[in-house]
Each structure stands twice: as C-alpha cells, then as structure tokens.
Design a binder for this molecule. Sequence first.
Ligand code: C2E
Ligand code: CA
Ligand code: CA
Length: 509
Amino acid sequence: MPKAMLAETAQRVQRAMAWMRAPEFLVFLPAITLAGFWIGGEKMLILLAVGLPLLFAIIGQPLLAGQIGQGEEGSAVTRALALMDAILPLAAETGRTTACLVVQFDDLQAVLERHGRSALTEVITRATDRIRGALRVGDCVVNLQGGSVAVVLAPVRRLDLETMIQMGARLQEAVTAPIALGGAQLYITCSIGFCIGGRAPEPTGRSMLDAAQTASDEALRHGPAAIRAFSLDMAQKRAERDALRDSLEEALDKGDIRPHFQPQISTDTGEISGFEALARWNHPVRGCLTPSEFLPAVEGSDLSERLGEVMLFHALSALVGWDREGLKVPSVSVNFSSAELRNPRLPERIKWELDRFELKPDRLTIEILETVVASAENDVVVSNIAQLAGMGCGVDLDDFGTGHASIATIRRFAVRRLKIDRSFVTRVDQDREQQKMVSAIVSLAERLGLDTLAEGVETAAEHAMLSQLGCGHVQGYGFARPMPLDIATDWARRHANRQDRIPRIGARR
Ligand code: C2E
Ligand code: CA
Ligand code: CA
C-alpha cells in the first residue's frame, strides 16, 4: 500500500477510534446491531456480538479507564500496551505519536504506617482520579501493582521534552492538593518518569512501559516530586544495578561487603575519638565499590537490614579487637538507613549484639541523616531513636546543615553530636561565609549542650580553623581515608605513638 494511502487509512481509523471512544457511541449500539442483522443476517449478528466487545477491549480502554479497579490490573495493562502497539507503528505516517508516563507516589509506606491499608487504597484511588481529571479525554490511565499509575496518551501531533515536563508538573500539581481523609488532611507528592514514542529501546507498548517505569524509578530515587525522561543510558545503569542487586545477597553471605574505617579526632586532645564504619564491597570483577555504587541496589531490595547487621557485626568486632590490643578507641560509628530505622526490632537487635560482644552501649554511635530525622513522622523511627539514646548509644546527626531539622526535633531525638556537613567545611580556612556557617552551627550546638564533628576535613589549615571555631571533633582525608580493618588498626597504633610526640594544632576555645 502506498505511504499516502496508509496515512489516510490510519487517520480514518483514528477518527473512528475517537468517535467510538465517545460515550454517545453507546446510544447507537442497538441501531448498529439491527442494521447488521438486516444486511448480513445471523452471521453478521454473531460477528457484531463477538467483534464489538473485542474492539472495545483494544481501543475502548479510555472509556473504561474510569472503572478499572486494582484487581483488574493485568487486563488493564494489556489494553494499555495494545493501545501503544497500535499507535507506534503508524507514527511515521500519521505524524502522531504517544507517550507513556509512570507516576509513583512518594513515601506511600508512611501513609500505610500512619493511616492503614484502607486509607492507602483510598489515597491511591483519589490521586488516580485527579490524574485522570488532569488529562484529556482519550488518554488512558491504568493502576499498576504497588500503587503506581501508568498513563498512555492518545495520539498527539507534537510531543517534545518540554511538553512532557509541563504535563508531568501538571499531574504533580493535581496530586499535591490535600486529600481529606477521616477528618485529617493528607499531603502526598509523586515522582514521574516518562518515555516519548520512538525513544524506547523497541517500538512496542511493553518496551515503552518498561522505559517509563525505569525513568519513574530514577525519579523516585531523586524525589520527592522529581520528573525524569527515559534515556538509553538510564536503561544501561538500571541493568548494572539489577545485576548488582542479584549478586548482593551472595556478597553479603560471602563476607565481600565489609566496613572500612575512618578515624575521628578530638580537636581538644588530638586523640582518636572514634572510627566511622563505611561500607565497601570487594567485588570479584569490579574491585572495591563505594556505597554510591551499590547502596541504590540495596535500597531497592529487602537487604537493607542484612547490610545493617553485617556492618554492625564487623564494627563491634573491630572495637573488641582494638580493646584487646590496648588501643584507645572510645567508640565506633555506624550509619543507619531510614529503612532500618523503621524496623521496630532494631533496638532489641542492637542490644543483643552489644551484649554478645560484652560492650557498653556508649561504645556505639548511631549515625542518622539529618534529613531522616527532619522528616521522621513515623512513630517507629521516633521510638527507635529514643530507645537507642535511652540505652546510652550516641546519636550523631549526619550531614548536618543540609536537612532542615528543627531545634525541637534535635531535642526530641536526644542527639549527642551534630556532624557538620562537608559542604560547610571545604575551604573553611579561606572563606568567611563558611566560617560564619560553622560558627553558627557550633554556637547552636553549644546552646543545646551538644558536641560537634566536622566531616570532610582535607587540609591542616581547615583543621586549624575548625579548632579555632570551637568544633569538637574532625574527620576527613586530611587525617586518613576510610581504611580496611588491618590498615586502620596500624594507623591507630601509629597515631597513638605520634600523639606522644607531635604538638597539637590549635586548641578548642
Ligand atoms: P557519610 O556518612 O556522610 O560518609 C562520609 C563520606 O565522605 C564517606 O563516603 C567518606 O569516604 C567520604 N569522606 C570522608 N572524608 C572525606 C574528605 O575529606 N573528602 C571527601 N571528599 N570525602 C570524604 P563513602 O564511604 O563513599 O560513603 C558515602 C555515604 O554512604 C555515607 O555518607 C553514608 O551516608 C553512606 N553509607 C556508608 N556506609 C553505609 C552503611 O553501612 N549503611 C548505610 N545505610 N549507609 C552507608
Ligand atoms: Ca556518616
Ligand atoms: Ca556525612
């Protein structure tokens, strides 16, 4: 068939599809059936009886979208895929294409924990309705498993990145308006990923949906309320992450993931005040991997807790080893993710580990990101941190200055030390603004009766300035990089010997 004819046919099909999607079409159904019987007799009647529902199953999706419940996900998705399969091959001829968006709501877990499952279902239903309301008639909206929503756009003439980002922002705006639920106002946000027709690895509905899902996962990781367009590079990164995730469990079991230790030094005495345990994966092929390379894979799996267990075990056994050697290491710091902090069994597990190593709780410092504490409405997180502090463990607020924790929150969580983020420490010796920030944090800490630790200290000059500004402890490449246990132990030994000989740099005010 010549191209022009094909394009014309496609346009006619589209016009017919658009007409058939209109609710008014239903009014004509009896007349169409009767006419079919007059023209083609019983055979035509049977054909219409079977053919029309089939036709609706494929192209009538948008008409039905409003009635799709979550239980029907499978067939609804099939229809959405069929819609894309029908539009994509004709895009070149018709000049019209489609796009697929996947909307994921940020932190549904929090809604579930605070309000229960039926509230969660209600929130998803209402948010889906709002998404539908923000789209044009003819666009197809489908609930996916796990609470996310897929949107397939009816064929459109012009679809570019800017249009899609604007559309994403419009959907986000619709979702963000408060949802009234049982007397409470609920606020949710969403992250959106999309793929424009022709940009997916293959010109199929399945490939488009997978691509939009990949972009949406990427948005969720950078959320809340992020928007990402699919790119092939993204797919490659995801494939690598998936491969890592697959080998993660084995790596944890085999002991390939262990902490490296970075010293923390007291500016008062110059002595070691602790070591921070930082996860490293000794990968058989890719070498030593840092958390930025594998933590995303951990977060996307259910292995957070397992990683936490491994890190705690190795950190505490290192501490016992240092004690045995007679090295003075007052405490070891371990980073805890928000997923771990949401586990109600966490304090019990930590107590059990401390008992097994016969260590007092004050030998362990729990590092919690300021952002996690600032947004911790979750009762379990609040109670876990309170229990750990109550037991006597130290609580450090990590990356302090980046997370907007209120003073009330800092007090409520019985924080012991503010860990001043590296962004305020870099060039603190030369930059007045940096000095003002550190000074402000140190005075705040002093007023609240808290200690301070500056991280990312790379030079002697930064160290000297931080001491002058009254910062209690320092940590950074200027002293040592994170090191495997044996090298960290050597370093501690040498540091103890040096301590007796080297004069202190600066002094705490
Ligand atoms: P963080 O807790 O803020 O750790 C400090 C990061 O800064 C570490 O990166 C450390 O190697 C790096 N660093 C230390 N001194 C300097 C310096 O002087 N200059 C510069 N440029 N960087 C410095 P790392 O080890 O790659 O860890 C990155 C993040 O991964 C950590 O940030 C922490 O949030 C997370 N993380 C590490 N281990 C664990 C773990 O066992 N569990 C969890 N949940 N998160 C972990
Ligand atoms: Ca940390
Ligand atoms: Ca930090």
